[in-house]
Design a protein around this ligand. Structure first.
Ligand SMILES: Cc1ncc(COP(=O)(O)O)c(C=O)c1O
Length: 382
């Protein structure tokens, strides 16, 4: 038989899978894939065990456990001052990945354009292409990786259906400011362009800055899918529980996709998260300090290396320029790094349509201090 042509010719196995596999094979310290090497809160994990033992093992409601949707609405009010309806505006999903796929698929049609900013997280474009749309790639401008507003204004056309914003930004660690949101609101005021806010690192913003969620902004909120991930917030990436907040009309469309994509998400995790959030509503206030200590430790240790960097302003990633160490392109450099230093990183070019001129790699510092010290010691010898 003749198998069909691939619908995603540009897609192979992701670099995250490849680098984690290489790191495991070579016994390297894995600062590549974005997951913590420590556990989430014990009380939260125990609550999952409690619910499994108590028989909470069947499907949850399609839109998410009611208690968790209420906890999300309470959290949005607490952090961003926005009143959202847990019944109509909150949908619990199988990780932020599912929310992103469902949001794009729900509203992007053949011929639509979706603006993404490079370096861009890798799951946006496949969803756009499977919907028959086209990703229009704009470059974030180094060194601060900010939006070029002239370029964005010029890129908007009557085919633009959506703009995807990721703040705090993976892989650069950049964050959007309140002025950015005001500027965006002014730019979009007379249009029907939708926004997808990928805010999975919403609680990892440093140096006392508040996270500028699209949910804070009254004009932008009405046109936005805002996506987050409990995996990032509670150090439980393997649970794959996330959510999407969107106005009722957009949530209704997202749910049409979600109900056939996964229908619902793991029940005991949802119930445990709801309890834990109610018990510790200020948890998100403590996370920036926790990760800032790790960023500062990693940056202090790496100050003795030949890597050059500006400390990240958000996320648990740190970009580093290796041009003083090697002329290799970044993917080859990352392979060399595993062999020569025993440390795995992610090349930034995999997040870009056009390979960048700069020589940058991404390190994940969501690791125990001992892991960061061991990695930095190796990297400082290069
Ligand atoms: C920017 C960004 N968006 C979305 C996701 C996916 O989150 P989840 O694991 O909850 O699906 C990640 C995970 O690394 C991410 O970094």
């Amino acid at each position: 038989m003749k198998y069909p042509d691939t619908k995603l010719p540009k897609v192979g196995t992701t670099i995250f899978t490849l680098m984690s596999k290489l790191a495991a094979e070579k016994g390297a310290i894995n600062l590549s894939q974005g997951f913590p090497d420590f556990d989430g809160p014990e009380a939260l994990r125990e609550r999952v065990g409690h619910y499994i033992a108590r028989g909470a093992n069947q499907y949850s409601p399609m839109t998410g456990a009611p208690g968790l949707r209420q906890a999300i609405a309470d959290k949005v009010k607490y952090h961003y001052g926005a009143e959202i309806c847990p019944e109509q505006e909150v949908t619990v999903t199988s990780g932020a990945s599912e929310a992103i796929f469902a949001a794009i698929t729900a509203v992007v049609s053949a011929g639509d354009e979706v603006i993404v900013f490079d370096p861009a997280y890798d799951c946006y474009e496949p969803a756009i292409e499977l919907s028959g749309g086209r990703a229009v790639h704009l470059q974030l401008q180094p060194p601060a990786f900010s939006i070029d507003w002239q370029q964005l204004t010029a890129a908007i056309s009557d085919r633009t259906r959506m703009i995807i914003l990721n703040s705090p930004h993976n892989p650069t660690g950049a964050v959007l400011s309140a002025e950015d949101l005001d500027r965006l609101a002014a730019l979009l005021a007379d249009s029907d362009i939708l926004l997808l806010g990928d805010e999975v690192y919403e609680h990892i913003v440093f140096d006392g800055a508040p996270h500028q969620s699209l949910l804070r902004h009254p004009q932008l909120r009405g046109r936005s899918f805002v996506v987050s991930s409990f995996g990032k917030t509670y150090h439980t990436t393997g649970w794959k529980v996330g959510y999407c907040c969107a106005p009722p009309q957009l949530s209704a469309e997202l749910r049409k996709v979600h109900q056939y994509l996964t229908f619902c998400t793991t029940t005991p995790m949802q119930l445990a998260l709801a309890d834990y959030m109610a018990q510790d509503p200020e948890y998100g206030d403590h996370l920036p300090g926790f990760y800032q200590q790790k960023r500062d430790l990693f940056c202090q240790l790496m100050a003795h290396s030949r890597f050059r960097f500006t400390p990240a302003t958000g996320t648990y990633f740190q970009l580093m320029d290796y041009s003083a160490i090697s002329d290799l392109p970044d993917t080859e450099f990352c392979q060399w790094l595993v062999d020569s230093a025993g440390v795995a990183a992610i090349p930034v070019s995999v997040f870009c349509e056009t390979p960048p001129q700069s020589r940058l790699v991404r390190f994940c510092f969501a690791k125990d201090d001992a892991t960061l010290r061991a990695a930095a010691e190796k990297l400082c010898q290069l």
